[in-house]
Design a protein around this ligand. Structure first.
Ligand SMILES: NC(=O)c1ccc[n+]([C@@H]2O[C@H](COP(=O)([O-])OP(=O)(O)OC[C@H]3O[C@@H](n4cnc5c(N)ncnc54)[C@H](OP(=O)(O)O)[C@@H]3O)[C@@H](O)[C@H]2O)c1
Length: 269
């Protein structure tokens, strides 16, 4: 399985948003399958520590790249670090979410969400899928969220951006698969990453199902090349299909809004 994965998606992978949480877990899991990895994030210390850990553990090459994925010249900035590499797998993991009433944040914050969550994956998919298509093999994973299945109050720009990621991934799955490039949209639900834990959600009797990062990542990597979209976890799949298929869309929006207000009472509008 590992050899097949390496042949299909190696020799190098790039994980965007890789110093922590799901991104660091993707980095470890991909290196565990024998690929060299480029790890991109802003925190130099965390990246260096992770790079060292992965080199020691998995005996692969690791290239940490300190970069803000929100910058407008992102592709040029990455080019200097990746132009000599044969990148067969890109995971766009970073996702900026601002929790709170839409109007309480300056427009600049919402535009930053678009830069990191929409412009970034679009740009990286466009840049790195081209050589993959030429080679006739490769993979792209775009991280989305259950929040992207419908508009979600208190994370309006984030949920809209995650709908963008989901739909972009599906469209590219259909376009690129005949050229040998597998694209996957991965919708995570609540996942116990440092960012999620730091958001300090309040759990009532109806606790949202939470997953561990390793389980989300393993399910995503196992789904790559098999389907266009994966909702990670059985309980999230159930929740997703209830919200997406069984109830009217306006009710799904209200259910998610009520759940967000319960989880983040200090952020209520
Ligand atoms: N955790 C959840 O409950 C959950 C639920 C649904 C979907 N998701 C999705 O899963 C993905 C990962 O989530 P996560 O919880 O692990 O946290 P995250 O904050 O989205 O990602 C954390 C990683 O991305 C990097 N990053 C963030 N902004 C960046 C930027 N502007 N430039 C470069 N790197 C940046 C962070 O490192 P630096 O700070 O060092 O830059 C860190 O390594 C996201 O796309 C999110 O939407 C998560």
């Amino acid at each position: 399985m590992t050899d097949g994965f390496k042949q299909r998606y190696g020799p190098w992978a790039l994980v965007a948003g890789a110093s922590d949480g799901l991104g660091a877990t993707f980095g470890r899991a991909i290196a565990g399958r024998g690929l060299n990895v480029v790890l991109v994030a802003r925190s130099a210390d965390k990246l260096e520590a992770l790079a060292q850990e992965i080199r020691t553990e998995h005996h692969v090459e690791v290239r940490p790249v300190v970069q803000d994925l929100g910058r407008s010249d992102l592709l040029d900035a990455l080019e200097t670090h990746t132009q000599d590499l044969d990148i067969g797998l890109v995971v766009y993991n970073a996702g900026l979410s601002i929790i709170g009433p839409f109007l309480d944040q300056p427009i600049e914050k919402h535009l930053e969400v678009l830069q990191v969550n929409c412009r970034g994956p679009l740009a990286l998919a466009h840049r790195y899928a081209r050589p993959m298509a030429r080679r006739g093999r490769g993979g792209i994973v775009l991280m989305s969220s259950l929040a992207g299945f419908q508009g979600t109050a208190l994370v309006a720009s984030y949920s809209a951006s995650k709908a963008f990621d989901m739909v972009l991934g599906e469209a590219l799955w259909e376009e690129l698969r005949e050229q040998g490039v597998d694209v996957l949209s991965c919708c995570a639900g609540a996942t116990r990453t440092p960012n999620y834990i730091a958001s300090d959600p309040v759990h009532g009797r109806l606790k949202a199902p939470e997953m561990e990062p390793g389980d989300v990542v393993e399910e995503a990597l196992a789904s790559l090349g098999r389907r266009a979209l994966v909702v990670a976890g059985v309980r999230n799949k159930l929740l997703g299909s209830v919200l997406h298929r069984l109830v009217p869309r306006s009710l799904a929006v209200r259910i998610m809004g009520a759940s967000m207000r319960r989880m983040y009472p200090s952020s209520r509008s």
